[in-house]
Design a protein around this ligand. Structure first.
Ligand code: ZN
Length: 355
């Protein structure tokens, strides 16, 4: 494909990026961030790997980004996401890679959050010609599919006017993500598996309106569980693609698919999912752990600095050791390292389309 300017991608550039991932058979990690430490670490990691990347915020992550003490949580959820988007827009190009900006699960109770974000993007389009986010997700997967899709159609109709894409969810991702999701963790639960006929219904309803992607459930679960507790069935993705392809005589893999709950997944399952049209794999649990592990190791190495401003055994100041830049940096380094593995697993390392 033709190269794109480094920085955040929207509209046609975003669609080209997705199409390139699918035709070249690799995927991009979508990493949840909660503040500038995690966000900068994702940019650094992507620049280091020369991979493009998807940065996303959950409702809780967005609220946290605005400050956990922000007076009004509803406002914080919107402004925190806007703050993260503007921070990324300012810095991303300097890391020499392309970045997709996205928000994670929003169920019906969180539609007000998405409404607020779309309104912010509409104002930004009017002022600067571009939205703030490349795409948003609606997760109405616990509702009847007709109701889910009708709401998705209304949102995509509005968002397409600002050249934004919509990620929808069909079938329930197991586990829970920031208060959205289910407790269906039993691998035999049929709700954990998307029905290809539902995916076809989504294609029928949405493909004429604008760009959309589908988080299809094939046994994937948020979080990391003991081996054996998760049974992935990537053939569900293949069957969904095949049904749309034959019904509408499209090219291979017409759907842009998203893999939720990517933390802790086997390499073979990831490769198979990519073969069936997955271009985005969410990763949160593993990068959270990587950040905590980095900080934890530092605290263990320098316990005195977290207890006293003068080392009792030497009398020397511990200031350099408790400076937040010292120990937060260890968390960032943990994320940067863990993401190198993600870029390798997904095949995106060295394949940035940034000019
Ligand atoms: Zn998810």
């Amino acid at each position: 494909m033709t190269k794109l300017p480094a920085g955040v991608v929207f509209g046609a550039a975003y669609r080209d990026l997705v199409a390139n991932c699918k035709s070249e058979k690799f995927a991009l990690p979508a990493v949840n961030v909660v503040g500038t430490n995690s966000l900068n670490a994702v940019l650094e990691a992507a620049g280091k790997a020369q991979s493009d990347v998807i940065i996303q915020l959950s409702n809780g992550g967005a609220r946290y980004f605005a400050g956990n003490g922000f007076p009004n949580p509803e406002t914080a959820m919107v402004l925190g996401a806007v703050s993260a988007a503007k921070h990324t827009a300012l810095l991303a190009e300097h890391y020499g890679i392309c970045v997709v900006l996205h928000t994670d699960h929003a169920n019906r109770k969180l539609l007000g959050w998405v409404d607020g974000l779309i309104a912010q993007s509409e104002a930004h389009v009017a002022a600067c010609g571009q939205p703030l986010f490349s795409s948003h997700m609606l997760d109405l997967s616990e509702e009847p599919v007709g109701q889910n899709l009708a709401t998705c159609r209304d949102y995509l109709t509005r968002m397409a006017k600002s050249d934004m894409s919509l990620e929808i969810e069909l079938g329930v991702t197991g586990g829970e993500e920031d208060g959205v999701g289910s407790e269906h963790d039993d691998p035999d639960n049929p709700h954990l598996y998307t029905q290809p006929t539902d995916v076809l219904a989504a294609y029928d309803m949405l493909s004429g309106i604008g760009h959309f992607s589908v988080a299809a459930s094939f046994g994937n679960v948020h979080g990391v569980y003991k081996p054996g507790n998760v049974r992935l069935r990537p053939e569900i993705l293949q069957n969904s693609q095949a049904l749309v392809q034959t019904t509408h005589s499209t090219a291979e893999n017409p759907l842009d698919l998203v893999f939720h709950g990517g933390s802790g997944s086997d390499h073979a399952d990831i490769e198979e999912a990519i073969r069936y049209g997955v271009f985005k794999m969410n990763i949160d649990t593993d990068t959270q752990f990587a950040f905590a592990h980095g900080v934890g190791a530092y605290v263990e190495k320098h316990p005195v600095a977290f207890q006293a401003q003068l080392d009792p055994s030497t009398g020397k100041p511990t200031k350099k050791l408790y400076d937040p830049r010292a120990w937060l940096r260890e968390g960032e380094k943990g994320v940067v390292d863990r993401l190198q593995q993600a870029f390798e697993d997904l095949g995106s390392a060295g394949r940035s389309v940034a000019a």
